[in-house]
Design a protein. Structure first.
Length: 198
């Protein structure tokens, strides 16, 4: 295997997996693919080939998103190699600062599911300052509507380019909803279904 999947392999792996993928990805610290227990899910719920397929799709779609962010902030944006794992909601919230900026973008056409983006307040302030023509150092003060509006626009453009890339890859129309951004304490969300109903 050369590391690249054919269109047929991608479609075969993605068919029937969309419900498994909702709220299912989380970075692991060792840089490799890992699978953790998800409410009784088997440790081998995803095969290595399935994880490779999801990682390849994520790498292509987020690569276009990084290019879009570069055009918005006029700074080089690098992404790491995607890591695919299953995680419980407790695993997810344990990895993030509280409170944080929580952005949800749902698929309207072509795919079933949501994109959940979680950013540190500081990072949102830096991105907002860069988008406003600053140098990324004007980050004092409270996080406000200006910040949430700016990060919503950035995420809308990033995930829009990702959807276009996915649409081209899968050969079908994919469309997303407008972003919903808010400052949230994720520990107050007791169940993943509260934010992404299955």
């Amino acid at each position: 295997m050369d590391g690249n999947l054919s269109q047929e392999e991608i479609e075969a792996l993605l068919s029937g997996m969309s419900t498994d993928m909702d709220m299912g990805s989380s970075a692991s610290s060792d840089g490799g693919s890992s699978v953790s227990d998800m409410g009784g899910a088997s440790q081998d719920a995803l095969t290595d080939v399935e994880k490779d397929a999801i990682g390849e799709v994520a790498n292509i779609s987020m690569g276009t998103s990084a290019t879009t962010l570069y055009s918005l902030v006029n700074r080089k944006v690098n992404i790491t190699t995607p890591v695919v794992s299953l995680a419980t909601w407790d695993n997810v919230i344990a990895e993030y600062e509280k409170p944080c900026v929580f952005i949800q973008i749902q698929y309207k056409v072509g795919l079933d599911g949501s994109n959940i983006l979680i950013l540190k307040e500081q990072d949102v302030k830096v991105i907002t300052d860069l988008m406003m023509g600053g140098d990324g150092t004007d980050v004092e003060g409270e996080l406000g509507e200006l910040h949430l509006s700016a990060i919503s626009e950035a995420m809308n453009q990033m995930m829009g380019s990702s959807a276009t890339s996915l649409s081209s890859m899968l050969g079908k129309m994919i469309d997303i909803s407008p972003p919903n951004a808010s400052l949230r304490d994720l520990s107050e969300i007791s169940n993943a279904n509260d934010i992404a109903p299955s």
